[in-house]
Design a protein around this ligand. Structure first.
Ligand code: PAF
Length: 281
């Protein structure tokens, strides 16, 4: 059965109050829609861990620094609801812009440090948008657990930090990146790739995996990154925003592998920005 869709905060709260009264736990999977297997894996993890599961769909304008990017972001609500059918989600929360940002809305949440680098450096305001909407979704759903993909690893660390700093009583659970058969990390943005770009896209993960192997054998980023960048650009990518090795907790920059090191990349392919990260331990 397709899960009921709730568009108002009042309706959402009425439903969660019933669940709370019955002593049931609630899991939330925040999304911007255009659901793929990565999102579905989060919904399945929530289904396995919690009595009730809410998937939220809201294309958050505050986290887009480029109006065209916001305009082009895929919106596929009916299809999304159908995809969630087999998982047995209890509620899909699809608030309007006015519901989330009513007239006079004046608050921005900013997480220091973790948001200065990687996507934070190239997408000004993006993480303020994420850090503002996510606690709202946590508080609106009153969830006990929230499920996020490691694909957006920096976002996951930012969300963990803000939940701790703001004392929001929620467990933030990171779930592994789900990949296409050719290694491309699943992302709603993959829908924007042309057929030609889709063939080139897996090169990013391929190069990162090769780098990870060399880093594990003792190579440094200084020694290997020029060649890696050349391979990515030669495959047809237009620009690399970053290709960096960082600590998986505080995201500080590294030159050599160590426990909890991760390789992070963002690169443009014919107008589509792809990001990926892999553990290098
Ligand atoms: O990862 C996303 O889809 C979004 O950044 C999120 C967490 C739903 C907040 O808008």
């Amino acid at each position: 059965m397709i899960a009921p869709i709730e568009r108002t905060l009042t309706g959402l709260r009425a439903q969660t109050a019933v669940w709370r009264k019955a002593g049931e736990t609630i899991g939330v999977v925040p999304t911007m829609g255009a659901l793929h297997q990565g999102h579905l894996s989060l919904a399945r993890a929530a289904r396995a861990a919690c009595d009730r599961v809410i998937v939220t769909i809201f294309v958050n304008p505050k986290q887009f620094n480029n109006p065209d990017d916001l305009e082009n972001y895929p919106r596929t609500e009916e299809e999304d609801a159908r995809k969630l059918e087999s998982i047995g989600v209890d509620l899909i929360y699809v608030p309007s812009g006015d519901e989330m940002y009513p007239s006079g809305f004046a608050t921005t949440v900013h997480v220091d440090g973790l948001t200065d680098m990687l996507c934070g450096a190239t997408r000004p305001g993006h993480f303020d948008g994420v850090a503002t909407i996510v606690p709202k979704l946590f508080l609106q759903t009153s969830a006990d657990q929230a499920f996020f993909g490691e694909k957006d690893y920096q976002q996951l660390q930012v969300v963990r930090r803000l939940a701790r700093d703001l004392d929001i009583p929620i467990d933030v659970i990171g779930c592994p990146t789900i990949r296409e058969e050719d290694g491309l990390a699943m992302s709603s943005r993959n829908l924007l790739l042309s057929d030609r770009s889709r063939i080139k896209a897996p090169v990013l993960a391929e190069v990162m995996n090769d780098m990870a192997e060399r880093l594990k054998s003792g190579a440094t980023m200084t020694a290997i990154q020029d060649e890696a960048r050349t391979r990515i650009l030669a495959a047809g990518f237009n620009e690399i925003d970053y290709l960096e090795l960082r600590d998986g907790s505080d995201l500080s920059l590294l030159d050599a592998a160590k426990p909890d090191a991760r390789l992070f990349a963002a690169a443009w392919l014919a107008g589509v920005r792809l990001i990926d990260n892999i553990a290098v331990e």
